[in-house]
Design a binder for this molecule. Structure first.
Ligand SMILES: NC(=O)c1ccc[n+]([C@@H]2O[C@H](COP(=O)([O-])OP(=O)(O)OC[C@H]3O[C@@H](n4cnc5c(N)ncnc54)[C@H](OP(=O)(O)O)[C@@H]3O)[C@@H](O)[C@H]2O)c1
Length: 268
């Protein structure tokens, strides 16, 4: 039986990936920052789902899990780096898109200037109107997002690689986002976008480095999905958001070093 580890498995897309892979007969290590939330989430899943505590930003937590998985399973077939922190939490997020901003700027120059000044005053007062792009986003917030979405995933790969190398068909699946695609980058949600561009770069790096060991490393974008992160207006159900990751985990033959959405390759 193949063993899959899913980070951030207690809710959203991660939980749905666990549910779908559980139905397909995989052994699941459902990881949750809060063990009680993880256990509660796993209530509706089978006995092949093991719940473990994991904070991917915490070296000791990752090492601790490695010891547990080594002792219990001796190998790992699939690592799904799903845990992430979102654009919705990003302070200074830009609610006005580039195009809308342009229309506002050209048609209501005075009003726009006033709004900008007003928002600066409010931000200074700690009230904060969401107007910042890359030019004035707080760098600490970028670092915090990178710590989870990028360094967290990197740490997981480094620590779990010895176990992945013991599988004869091992795969790493990085849950990324179209917001990290280089061709579409704007200053919107700069920390989140950068974290996903970086995760994509890491995917390419590891796919090449691990080719000789036959470890397949890919990234996928789930689309805009109704979760706590995606919000209630997202068009996709979690089952649709999880589909491509599950496909990458279960499909017999998959490539390596690619970026997917809806089971099709998309540009980096
Ligand atoms: N939803 C979308 O529309 C969308 C679109 C594109 C990409 N994505 C990506 O898909 C992935 C899942 O997103 P989602 O929508 O399911 O988000 P979500 O509902 O907000 O769930 C995020 C999960 O990540 C966990 N997590 C956050 N920081 C962690 C840490 N330091 N260590 C361990 N776990 C941590 C959370 O745990 P807690 O419960 O403890 O907070 C939670 O289980 C993310 O990587 C996200 O960037 C989502």
């Amino acid at each position: 039986m193949k063993t899959v580890l899913v980070t951030g498995g207690n809710r959203g897309i991660g939980l749905e990936i666990c549910r779908q892979l559980d139905e397909s007969g995989y052994t699941i290590i459902l990881c949750s920052r809060n063990i009680l939330k993880g256990r509660e989430a796993a209530n509706s899943l089978s006995k092949n789902v093991f719940v473990e505590q994991l904070d991917i930003t915490d070296e000791a937590s990752v090492q601790g899990l490695f010891e547990i998985v080594s002792a219990r399973f001796g190998k790992l077939d699939v690592l799904i780096n799903n845990a992430g922190t979102g654009a919705r939490n990003e302070p200074g997020k830009q609610s006005i898109t580039g195009k809308a901003k342009h229309i506002l700027e050209s048609n209501f120059k005075g009003v726009f200037h006033l709004a900008q000044q007003y928002s600066k005053v409010l931000r200074k007062a700690g009230i904060g109107i969401p107007m910042a792009g890359a030019k004035d986003t707080p760098l600490q917030s970028v670092k915090d997002i990178m710590d989870t979405n990028f360094y967290g995933a990197w740490r997981m790969i480094q620590v779990f690689l010895p176990l992945l190398l013991k599988s004869d068909d091992s795969r790493i699946i990085n849950i990324s986002s179209g917001m990290g695609q280089l061709q579409g980058l704007t200053g919107n949600y700069p920390g989140y976008s950068l974290s996903k561009s970086s995760l994509n770069a890491l995917t390419i790096m590891f796919s090449n480095e691990l080719k000789q060991h036959s470890v397949k490393v890919n990234a996928m974008c789930p689309g805009w999905v109704r979760t706590d992160m995606g919000g209630p207006n997202a068009p996709l159900h979690v089952s649709q958001g999880a589909d491509t990751a599950v496909w990458l985990a279960t499909e017999k033959e998959i490539p390596t070093g690619k970026f997917f959405r809806e089971r099709a390759e998309i540009p980096w």
